[in-house]
Ligand binder design. Structure first.
Ligand SMILES: Nc1ncnc2c1ncn2[C@@H]1O[C@H](COP(=O)(O)OP(=O)(O)OP(=O)(O)O)[C@@H](O)[C@H]1O
Length: 201
C-alpha cells in the first residue's frame, strides 16, 4: 500500500453520514449538493459484481476480481467493505483520498457495519461522523411506506435493520460526533449544513 495522504485528508476531512434507511439521508444530501455544487465528492467504490450495460469501470464502480478485492482487504486498502448477494463491495482508501486531493470533501453514506470499520481502521485518519435519526420508529415506518419504493418484505427488513442502527447510535460504542433528528426537514437540513460546512466544521 502507498502511504496515506494524510495532508489532503486533514485539509478536507471526510464526512461519514449514517442512519436508518428512510431517515432522510438522500433528501438532505441532495439539497446540500444543490446548495454547494463544487464542494463535495462521492468516492467510486470497488465491486466484484459484473458491470451492467452502460456502466464504465472507474465511473460507477471500480470493477475487480474477487482475488484483487481480497488482496486489497488483506492490505487494509478499504476504509469499509461488505458482502451483498454474493458480491463484495468496498470503499478504498485511495478512492477517498482522490476526492480530498481534488480539494473536495468526501461524503460517505454508509451503514452501521461500515461505520464501525471506518472508525476502527488502523491507519486511516478519523473522519467526522454524523448520524441522521428519524423522530421515532413509527414515523420512520410511515416515511418508508409513503416513499413507496419497496415491497412489504423489504420494508420490514429495513425496519429491523433500523432498530439495530438506532441501538448502535445510542450505545457508547458509536463514533458519532453529531446526531441530527430529522423531524422538521428544514430544521434538520440547517443542522446538517452547520455540522458539515458551518463555521465550526
Ligand atoms: N423531515 C421529513 N419529513 C417528512 N418526510 C421526510 C422528511 N425527510 C425525508 N422525508 C421523506 O422520507 C422518505 C425517506 O427519505 P430518504 O429517501 O431521503 O431516506 P434515506 O435515509 O436516504 O434512505 P435510504 O438509506 O434507503 O436511501 C422520502 O420519501 C422523503 O421524502
Amino acid at each position: 500500500m502507498a502511504p496515506i495522504d494524510t495532508e489532503a485528508l486533514k485539509a478536507n476531512v471526510p464526512i461519514v453520514i449514517s442512519g436508518p434507511s428512510g431517515a432522510g439521508k438522500s433528501t438532505i444530501l441532495k439539497r446540500l449538493f444543490e446548495e454547494f455544487p463544487d464542494k463535495f465528492g462521492f468516492s467510486v467504490s470497488h465491486t466484484t459484481r459484473s458491470p451492467r450495460a452502460g456502466e464504465q469501470n472507474g465511473r460507477e464502480y471500480n470493477f475487480v476480481t474477487k482475488e484483487e478485492f481480497l488482496d486489497l482487504v488483506e492490505k487494509k486498502g478499504f476504509v469499509e467493505h461488505a458482502q451483498f448477494g454474493g458480491n463484495h463491495y468496498g470503499t478504498s482508501v485511495k478512492a477517498v483520498e482522490n476526492i480530498a486531493e481534488k480539494g473536495r470533501m468526501c461524503i460517505l453514506d454508509i451503514e452501521m457495519e461500515g461505520v464501525k470499520q471506518v472508525a476502527n481502521h488502523p491507519t486511516f485518519p478519523r473522519p467526522r461522523f454524523l448520524f441522521l435519526s428519524p423522530p421515532s420508529m413509527d414515523i420512520l415506518e410511515q416515511r418508508l411506506r409513503s416513499r413507496a419504493t419497496d415491497k412489504e418484505e423489504a420494508i420490514l427488513k429495513r425496519l429491523n435493520q433500523a432498530k439495530a442502527e438506532m441501538e448502535f447510535a445510542k450505545s457508547g460504542e458509536a463514533p458519532h460526533d453529531k446526531v441530527v433528528v430529522n423531524d422538521d426537514l428544514d430544521k434538520a437540513y440547517q443542522e446538517v449544513r452547520e455540522f458539515i460546512v458551518g463555521k465550526d466544521a
